[in-house]
Structure formats: C-alpha cells, structure tokens
Write a protein that binds this ligand. Structure first.
Ligand code: MG
Length: 256
C-alpha cells in the first residue's frame, strides 16, 4: 500500500479545515454590543471612580459604634486606630452608617509592631461583611493558631489557601469580593454568602461558600436577614490601624 506523503497529508488537512470553517456561522452572530459596560475611571494610586470611600485618612464620618454605649475609634496620622477597652467592658466595634449587599472591598490594615500576646490574642480584628460574616484579621506572621482562625480565614469556617502575612507593623491589604446570601420571601436560603479574598495580592479565598454567619462556638446557621446591612470592623482589644477603605457596590447577573 502506498503511504500518503506528509505534503499530501498537509494539503488534505487544509482542505478539511476550509470546509469546516465554511460551515460555521459568520463571526458577527456571536458578537453583541448592548448593554455597554459603565465606564469606571481607575487612575493609578486613586480609588475607582465608582467606589464609596469609607475612610480616606481624614474623617470617621462613615462610621459609628455598633453598640449605643460604644466609643468611636481615633484618627492617628491618617489611620483609623482601634479604640480598645479591656473586657468585660463593651467592645468598640465600628460599623458603617451605610448598608451594603454584594461588594468589592479594599482595605489596608497594620497589626502592632510591638508583638503582644499569641495565637488569637495577637493583632486580632476582623472585617464583618453585613456585620455577620467575618474575614479574620490577625497577626499571622510566625504566630500559630487554629488555621480556620488565622489571617485570611473565614473565621471558624475556611482557612486561607496560603499564609500571605507580612511581619508585624507592616501595612497589608485585603481585596475581597463578597456576595450576600439570598433568601426567599418565606425565609428559606436560596444561595449562601460567598467570599473571594486576595491578601497582599495573593489569592487566599476563592469563591468560598459560607455555612452561615460567623459564630465563635457551635455550628453556623443561616437566619434570614435584610438584603443590605452595615460593614463592621471588630474591636478585639488589640490596637490595630486601618487605612484606605473603600467598597464598590456590585450589580451582578444574580443580584436581586
Ligand atoms: Mg477577629
């Protein structure tokens, strides 16, 4: 039997490719032009033009203590510093006056340069989406603790994929995408809360599914709540500093 030459095989494959291409629809069939995405100006070093600035170093006007007997935090050298009070006094947790659902969040934090305490007692705070779902803030630089409670964890639910912590006293960043849970009118859960997080630019949570609001003891459990609730920062009796906090409200294909 005569074997086809490589040149003949090449010619045949070209002809087959041409026939295949001729049977495909025109490329315009899979192109659409509407709706046009909104323009967001993203200038280097500035917040995106559609962001809601929650702290720019000059004012705490966007924040209030969660508890009526709470106390506002302080501004020190353009940073927002946790005002702490030893237990059993009420915490000075702070929440935004505005409520949010699905958001993109940017936040910078600095754990104390002088290391005090260990495990959960060292540089502890937290970002509570909707005041309920905690992205843990902790000094996790050479500081062993339970892994689903270290920095970048969804507290007591998901450890971070990696530990991207910087040393104490250095500024660190969180960039997160939070999707609020959806509840049916009757209160049943339609879809759980989800969280994606970059810690210092490193992916530490990827579309992680939350089992319910954060709890310290016991198993989390969903309870129906409003579609939008304030963002909260935790006073865990450690003097952390925050700066450059902003959110973008997201309208996703699945948003109600
Ligand atoms: Mg915490």
């Amino acid at each position: 039997m005569t074997r086809p030459t490589s040149a003949a095989l090449f010619l045949l494959s070209c002809l087959a490719g041409l026939t295949y291409a001729e049977n495909l629809p025109p490329p315009e069939v899979t192109e659409y032009w509407q709706p046009v995405p909104a323009v967001v100006t993203a200038t280097a070093g500035l917040v995106p033009s559609d962001a809601i600035v929650l702290f720019d170093g000059t004012s705490l006007a966007a924040w209030e203590p969660v508890k009526a007997n709470g106390h506002p935090w302080q501004i020190e050298a353009g940073t927002m510093v946790v005002a702490t009070k030893p237990a059993p006094a009420p915490t000075y947790d702070q929440q935004t006056k505005q409520s949010f659902g699905d958001v993109q969040l940017h936040l910078e934090f600095r754990t104390p340069a002088q290391v005090v305490g260990s495990s959960q007692g060292r540089g502890n705070s937290g970002v509570f989406f909707m005041g309920l779902y905690e992205l843990q803030v902790l000094d996790s630089y050479n500081n062993p603790t339970y892994v689903n409670g270290q920095a970048g964890s969804i507290y007591k639910q998901h450890p971070p994929l990696v530990n991207a912590s910087r040393p104490p006293g250095e500024w660190q960043t969180y960039d997160a995408i939070f999707m609020a849970p959806r509840f049916a009118a009757a209160g049943t859960l339609i879809s759980p809360a989800r969280l994606t997080v970059f810690h210092n630019g490193v992916l530490v949570q990827h579309d992680a599914i939350m089992r319910g609001p954060t709890v310290w003891r016991g198993e989390p459990k969903y309870v129906p709540h409003a579609a939008k609730l304030p963002l909260m920062l935790q006073d865990h009796r450690n003097p952390l500093a925050f700066r450059n906090i902003w959110v973008r409200e997201l309208t996703l294909p699945t948003s109600p």
